[in-house]
Write a protein that binds this ligand. Structure first.
Ligand code: NAP
Ligand code: HSE
Length: 429
């Protein structure tokens, strides 16, 4: 080691999937990082829950289950939070910032729900609070939105930002696997959360899209602003129809900055095979951005896993270390200087694929078209299939319509004896 080189002491909060990846990268590439930043990064303490757990390759002397050994150690200048969950992570991050420590986190739940409080604490203390790993794991997207694309007015951010659901939909589409089997495989491969509800119901993607929308549109969007629908209702039949339409079904997180407010939602959508997001398969993630200057840009890569996520965290760590050297931590703050309204989902316009079971008799189509017309729903195409003696399956693709109007039409149809069931309602991108 060079005499006199600065040593930056850091603490890891958590040594699970992501924490272990960060530990490995810093241990294995420490000398390179020293050359890249001019400082030696030294892991001083690692906070864990269970001190008895076997952790091969990790120096035991670093482990602690006592937060005070970290917060009261003034030599620790940077804390990496990779425990997950809201508490105690939130309290620890706030304490760390208030104690003059910089913070790097992968915690999307926390940033999407309590970002304002955390950014304000970072700003007050002029410390870095960086979270590249919180959205789309290893894919650089926070820094591009905040810095590289800062010269743009960004109007659209659309992403496949949940690896588990993308894996499930890919397996259902390409191998005809059923939903439960694909979910079990995703869990086995370590993509899914411990409780996969957050993945399959779209909450995980919702948190990520809230974070991206806040940064892209300079206005705070929190998780509760995001309308979410998951993939549990997607059937093999829907997938077959998507193929017939030269499309695939993807769980998309979509944020648009319109003249009438921000639209932000997560739902499965049929997307044409011509769109670059259609070719994002397996557990890969991608984020598609449109800015007025850059035009279209897409970011693609691994959205989860030990080393891809650690890659994003270590990138943040090296940035903090460089900022510390130049005395400019906290130079890039939250950036939400606008207060743009988030639109109600009822006012968002989408195209819909509708699959319904109806009575097979004359006048049925006319009655349905009449209800749609009354509620301003215009029909792009109708297909009738699986006609039996008394029943038929009707597939309708609408033109763009306000979600509220479509729902009113469907509510009215549901009251009519000619409609047995609405089997699918999927948005079309
Ligand atoms: P994980 O495998 O469950 O690891 C969590 C770690 O935190 C464990 O080491 C656990 O200790 C420790 N921990 C939890 N609660 C604690 C407490 N109260 N006090 C002390 N230690 C505690 O989680 P992960 O998958 O690494 O995820 C960590 C964070 O990264 C989450 O915010 C997650 O959303 C985010 N993230 C994960 C991925 C991914 O691919 N996994 C990708 C992007 C972002 P023990 O080891 O003693 O149990
Ligand atoms: N469960 C998440 C996913 C992990 O499947 O994408 C990364 O946040």
């Amino acid at each position: 080691m060079n005499q006199g080189i600065k040593v930056v002491k850091i603490a890891l909060l958590g040594l699970g999937t992501v924490g272990s990846g960060v530990y490995k990268l810093i241990e294995e590439k420490g000398e390179e990082f020293e050359k890249r930043t001019g400082a030696k990064i030294q892991i001083e303490k690692i906070l864990v829950h269970n001190l008895k757990k076997e952790r091969p390759g990790v120096k035991k002397c670093l482990l602690t289950d006592q937060w005070k050994e970290i917060i009261e150690n003034d030599e620790i200048e940077l804390v990496i939070e990779v425990m997950g969950g809201i508490e105690p992570a939130k309290a620890m991050i706030l304490e760390a910032l208030n104690a003059g420590k910089n913070v790097v986190t992968a915690n999307k739940d926390l940033v999407a729900e309590h970002g304002k409080e955390l950014f304000e604490a970072a700003e007050r203390n002029q410390k870095d609070f960086l979270f590249e790993a919180a959205v789309a794991g290893g894919i650089p997207i926070i820094r591009p939105l905040k810095q590289c694309l800062a010269g743009n007015e960004i109007s659209d951010v659309i992403g496949i930002v949940n690896g588990t659901t993308n894996y499930i939909l890919t397996k259902m589409c390409e191998e005809g696997m059923d939903f439960q089997e694909a979910l079990a495989k995703a869990t086995e491969l370590g993509y899914a959360e411990a409780d996969p509800t957050a993945d399959i119901e779209g909450y995980d993607a919702g948190r990520k899209v809230a974070i991206m929308a806040s940064i892209a549109f300079h206005s705070r969007v929190v998780f509760s602003d995001v309308y979410t629908e998951g993939i549990t209702k997607i059937t093999a039949k829907d997938i077959a129809y998507a193929k017939e339409f030269d499309s695939v079904i993807k769980l998309l997180g979509a944020a648009h900055n319109t003249e009438k407010g921000i639209e932000v939602a997560v739902y499965p959508m049929m997307i044409s095979n011509q769109h670059p997001l259609a070719s994002v398969r397996d557990s890969f993630n991608a984020v598609f951005v449109h800015g007025d200057a850059v035009d279209d840009a897409m970011f693609y890569g691994r959205g989860a896993g030990e080393l891809p996520t650690a890659s994003a965290i270590v990138g943040d760590v090296l940035d903090v270390v460089r900022n510390m050297e130049y005395g400019c931590t906290g130079r890039i703050g939250c950036g939400c200087y606008r207060e743009t309204q988030v639109k109600s989902i009822a006012d968002v316009k989408n195209k819909f694929f509708l699959r319904m079971q109806v009575t097979n008799q004359s006048g049925v189509l006319a009655s349905i078209a009449n209800v749609f017309g009354k509620h301003k729903v215009s029909i792009e195409r109708i297909i009738q299939k699986d006609v039996e003696k008394e029943k038929a399956e009707l597939v309708i693709v609408t033109e763009y319509v306000k979600e509220g109007y479509l729902q009113e039409a469907l509510d009215e149809l549901m009251q009519m004896p000619i409609l047995e069931e609405i089997s699918s309602k999927i948005r079309v991108y």
